[in-house]
Design a protein around this ligand. Structure first.
Ligand code: PBG
Length: 324
């Protein structure tokens, strides 16, 4: 008796056949590479918990930027790590601070690179929170004023996109209004719309010296258990004028990438965060996994979930593998 069933394997029979029916692709244009800039001179220092990722002083930054550009990566996300920190994060909105200088330098050297500025206060405040701290609480509306000033200062330095990661309510509205008023109507906002209070940021906080000195970020970043709340966050950001929506972290939150993809028509960005990177690096260093295949599978997984763009510390490696 003949069995009736589907022969799915017909379309998997050879590399060429598989290539013909491949639904998703990772392109070098999809990648955004984060860069950490510090004060001082002649510094290229590996971040211990993020092998292959470095702190650069401005006089060494061109090496990195030239390499990124030569690999065909079109966009970088700049994190400045200032020496001076205070209660209100004043280096964040100082036009001459390390972040602003880095942005200017990158745009001068490679005007074609899309430079994204991370807009937050945690690297700049002595208490390490993403806004103004009062009686142990991060006060929302006062923080907005400082974040808006920060965004304008970053736009003045030449940032092509403002990416606010602070998770205050109304941050898109406040930043949009301030940018418009300062004449930057053309500068888009890439909102960290769905950002969870995640343990996956651990290595980044070493890199950015931005861990909170007391408490945690749970009163402003989202509970990892919540999905519907993420849709409400994203809807607010869209209403306030966001141009891109981001989901962060990526791997444990791929469902949110898909949900945003299905609910909104803006470009969706996923942040493949520091601990996701470090775990792969650690396992690869032990010979436990095939790094290239693991990373490429992760990247195409992000695309399949619906991400248009991927912020990843693997970007330079991915660009090299794609070029082969
Ligand atoms: C700033 C910010 C963080 C990350 C990006 N921007 C840290 C945090 O919110 O604590 C994390 C990125 C990563 O882990 O790679 N608020």
């Amino acid at each position: 008796m003949a069995l009736t069933f589907d022969r799915h394997r017909r379309l998997r029979s050879s590399a060429a056949m598989r290539s013909l029916v491949r639904e998703n692709h990772v392109r070098v244009e999809d990648l955004i590479y984060p860069i950490f800039v510090v004060e001082g001179s002649n510094i290229k220092e590996e971040i211990p918990s993020m092998p292959g990722v470095y702190h650069f002083s401005l006089d060494r930054l061109n090496e990195e930027i030239d390499e990124v550009a030569a690999l065909g990566i079109q966009s970088v996300l700049v994190f400045g790590v200032p020496e001076h920190k205070d209660a209100c994060g004043s280096e964040a909105y100082n036009d001459d601070a390390v972040t602003q200088r880095a942005i200017r330098q990158i745009k001068e050297r490679h005007p074609e690179l899309v430079v994204i500025a991370d807009t937050c206060l945690c690297q700049y405040t002595d208490h390490g929170h993403c806004g103004v701290l009062r009686d142990g609480d991060v006060v929302n509306d006062e923080s907005l004023t400082l974040l808006a000033k920060t965004a304008v200062s970053q736009a003045k330095a030449g940032a092509d996109i403002i990416a606010p990661s602070n998770m205050m309510d109304g941050f898109v509205a406040a930043i949009r209004a301030a940018l418009d008023e300062a004449g930057f109507t053309h500068v888009p906002i890439m909102s960290y719309a769905v950002k969870y209070a995640s343990s996956f940021y651990g290595p980044f906080r070493d890199a950015a010296h931005s861990a909170p000195k007391s408490g945690d970020r749970k009163a402003y970043q989202m509970d990892p258990a919540n999905a519907r709340e993420g849709l409400r966050e994203a809807a607010s950001d869209v209403a306030e004028g966001a141009d891109f929506l981001m989901v962060k972290p990526g791997l444990a939150f791929m469902d949110m990438v898909l949900r945003l993809r299905e609910s909104f028509h803006l470009p969706i960005v996923v942040y493949n965060v520091s601990a996701e990177y470090s775990m792969v690096k650690a396992a690869a260093a032990n010979g436990w996994i095939d790094e290239e295949r693991i990373v490429m599978e992760t990247m195409v997984g992000f695309k399949r979930a619906g991400a248009d763009l991927i912020i990843t510390y693997h970007a330079k490696d991915v660009a090299k593998w794609l070029a082969r």
